[in-house]
Every structure is written in C-alpha cells, then in structure tokens.
Ligand binder design. Structure first.
Ligand code: FPP
Length: 227
C-alpha cells in the first residue's frame, strides 16, 4: 500500500493526511475482496523498517490501526472476514496489540476472507526467527538436519497457516518488494500500478485480477507440459 505520503504532498498536506485517506482505501479494498470471494488478502501496513519514521507518523499509523479495528469489527463480521496478523506484534504499542488480539479472537470463527495485516513485519526478520527456532530444535535433538525441508520451514514462518502468494500488487509506481514475504512470493505474479494507495479503487483491483488471470503460471514447467 505505497504512496500515501506522496498523495498528501501533492495536495500540500502532511504525510499523515495521506495515511488517513489510505484507511478508506483499505476499507474499500477489503470489502471488495470479500465481495469477489477472494480467500486471502495480506496487507503490508507497517514494516520493521517503518519504526525509523518520524515519531508523529508512527503514532498516527498506530492510532489509525486502533481506530480502524474498533470501527470495523461489525463490518468484518457482516462480511464473514477472519482477521489475522503477521509480524512482531509484541513490539506494537500495548493498546494496538491488545485491540488487534481481541479482533483476531473475536473473528476467528468467520469462514470467508482471511485478512492478514502485516504489522511490524519484515521478511528477513521472519526468516531469521524461523532459522533460530529450527536450529534450536536440531540442537536439542527434537528434529534431525534431514528433517529440514520446505514444508518444515513453512511451519516456522508467521504465515504457516496461509498459502503461498498468488498475486502481489504494489501501488505508487515503485518496482520493489521491500522485505515483504520473500519466501512466500517465490512464484507470485507481480503487478505494479502507478496509482497512489489512497486512490486505489475497485476497478484497479479488478484490472489486476484480470491481468493475473491472463498470465500463464508455469512454475518452472513448459507451456506444453501445462496443456
Ligand atoms: C506506505 O506509503 C504506506 C504505509 C507505510 C502505511 C500503510 C498504512 C495505511 C494505508 C493506513 C493504516 C492501515 C490500516 C490497516 C488501518 P508511504 O508512506 O511510504 O508513502 P510514500 O512512499 O509516498 O512516502
């Protein structure tokens, strides 16, 4: 969800104004994904690197997270959405972490869209944590080195209960991954759109999905093998 700051700057406003308007794009996109019967949506809302931003901006993002969680609980239920989170949630301000845990608990029986918020998330940090946990198991003879395969690594990631990414959309015209789900996007289709996040609308989402549907996903095989 990139481009909130530039969106605000274009309007002569502070960066936080962009984030405030970004929340509305989050709301619409989540509802649109539920309407389109998408099973999993993961939003990169705050990275491990975002902690280095000015204090006011970090505080605003945390405040927006808390107020959105409080406001949207009803809508999550109405749309049968289960909330989930990945990242070092313990690093969030206590109020944000608590609100997040409550909404996750409250929506855990919902069976439609799984909405995952990546918060204080960094893929390298996630991989480091997984490697440490696996190493400790080997050291304590709980598993052997031979047990380490892709499946075992997956079970040690924050995303252990999520499938691999099919489609990754980045807004704002930047062509980067920025430490997002590096392991999980191995075979994802990448889609970059030159629209700032607060302007991201249903038509942009639909265009991305249609573009995705017209791609041939070969997973290393040849076209002939697929047909
Ligand atoms: C990137 O734009 C956006 C973020 C770091 C924050 C995303 C947060 C929201 C959309 C609002 C809060 C989210 C929830 C889930 C309630 P940028 O600030 O890097 O923009 P720039 O590249 O133009 O500076």
């Amino acid at each position: 969800m990139d481009g909130n700051g530039r969106w605000a700057k274009e309007r002569g406003k502070l960066r936080v104004f962009g984030h405030e308007n970004g929340v509305e794009a989050v709301r619409k996109t989540v509802e649109n994904c539920a309407k389109l019967k998408i099973d999993f949506l993961t939003l990169y809302a705050f990275s491990t690197e975002n902690w280095k931003r000015p204090k006011l901006e970090v505080q605003t993002l945390m405040r927006l997270l808390v107020s959105s969680l409080q406001k949207e609980l009803k809508t999550l239920h109405k749309n049968n959405i289960r909330l989930n989170a990945i990242g070092t949630i313990d690093y969030l301000p206590p109020k944000a972490a608590q609100e997040l845990r409550e909404v996750i608990e409250n929506t855990k029986e919902n069976t439609g869209l799984t909405l995952t918020l990546a918060l204080s998330y960094g893929s390298r940090e996630e991989l480091k944590t997984a490697i440490k946990a696996i190493s400790a198991k080997v050291k304590n003879n709980l598993i052997s080195e031979d047990d380490i395969d892709e499946k075992l690594i997956n079970t040690h990631l924050y995303t252990h209960d999520l499938p691999d990414v099919d489609l990754l959309i980045r807004t704002s015209g930047e062509h980067r991954i920025s430490n997002f789900l590096l392991w999980q996007i191995a075979y994802a289709e990448l889609y970059f759109i030159d629209v700032f996040w607060p302007d991201f609308r249903e038509q942009h989402l639909v265009d991305a999905i249609i573009n995705y549907q017209n791609r041939e996903r070969r997973f290393g095989k040849t076209s002939e093998q697929l047909s």
